[in-house]
Design a protein around this ligand. Sequence first.
Ligand code: SF4
Ligand code: SF4
Length: 344
Amino acid sequence: MSSCNRQDREIRPSRERSHLRVIRYLVQWSVVLTVISGGMGLHRFLESLEAAREPLFEKPLSVEGFMPIGALMALKLWIAEGIFDPVHPAALVIFICALVLSLLLKKGFCGWICPVGTVSELTYKAGRRVFGRNFSLPRYVDYPLRSVKYVLMAFFLYIIVLKMSPQSIRAFLFTPYWMVADLKLLVFFTEMSAVTLAVLAVLFISSLLVRNFWCRYLCPYGALLGLLSLMSPVKVTRYPPRCIHCHRCTKNCPAMLPVEDRERLYSPECTGCLTCISRCPAEGALDLALPGRRWISPLVHILLVITIFWGGITVAKATGHWKSGVGLEDYKKIVPHLRELEHP
Ligand code: SF4
Ligand code: SF4
């Protein structure tokens, strides 16, 4: 970290810091590959059980990051009764890491880890190639649509945090349904109904046309992380005397934020992805900073994101808070009824 003494330095254009984008792609795509391999492993695990064979490997847990609603329930139970969900502890660990990242380092989970965000970015970039541009919705559509994710978030918070008692959460977390929630999620995608397929097709087309359509308008998880990220002491900060007003930061921001018009960016939409910083050609004009323009090297930021997320998982593994307590015998009993199981 360095303090504010940038005015002493000569203003000179520097090359883009493209290495920041390369590191980001590597982090993002290693998560995507982990999740794909986890999904394939889970599929093989289910196949073995359905064929009444002993699975030859442990159930992969990386896909548990896709169960944030159950993880929110588990978090409430942990806080209220000190019970750390033994059924899907990995889901809770990933959720806690995402919350901590948001509190400290903007929406680091969305910008660096979430595979849906990565695929969403790939989709709008593909759309830009196909159509020559991405499209922006007019303000009178964009603003109300952006509130949808907050409405969904408020709904889940109301139901889980305010309405559900710890007893009813405990009852839910020990149902057969929650025990195989990851397998149900897998089946939801591998045996899609026509409605699911149609919804995904609409989302895909919307994501081709509009940058980050899902994240910007619909994701309640991102909405929660975005609101928490307002408390993050780290913000994208512009140093006006060094800015040459080239518009590159604003033009390239995946969240379409007006970076060039702000000195310090307070926005629940900023994911801390560093794209704006990596694109800025003026040395010392745009960086991350703590209050009082105490600058933070982007590489330190990246290292912290990685350390907090994978460090949290490593600690969870070392302390026995990662592996599910559901045994093979439980799966053998529940899996034959997997498709009939309804949400309790
Ligand atoms: S302002 Fe910068 S760090 Fe924030 S989302 Fe936009 S490009 Fe990423
Ligand atoms: S802060 Fe934005 S507008 Fe200013 S020089 Fe950097 S990229 Fe260009």
